[in-house]
Design a protein. Structure first.
Length: 95
């Protein structure tokens, strides 16, 4: 029973991280920003934060691409134990 509860908690954390990534990727490239505070679920068990980093910013006029790294972390706290799910994606600016 404990294993099922742990698996459910990690799956829920992964789902929350995925939902945040989907919302971030619907934003315009220039509007995707860090959020140091993040979001906490109403029951306080889950916290989702994200870190956005410019991976490649080309010299104006060059043919290089603009690329951002987006890392989303979901943390589940239950009975004093933290379980963490991290997902990292890359977004390229469309012209």
């Amino acid at each position: 029973m404990k294993g099922n509860a742990n698996a459910f908690g990690l799956t829920s954390a992964a789902t929350r991280a995925t939902e945040r990534i989907e919302r971030l990727f619907t934003e315009k490239y220039d509007d995707i920003k860090d959020d140091a505070v993040g979001e906490t679920s109403p029951d306080g068990r889950y916290t989702v934060t994200w870190d956005v980093e410019n991976m490649l910013t080309p010299v104006p006029g060059s043919l290089e691409a603009y690329v951002k790294s987006v890392k989303v972390t979901a943390v589940r706290k239950d009975f004093g134990v933290e379980k963490r799910v991290e997902m990292q994606y890359y977004k390229q600016k469309s012209f």
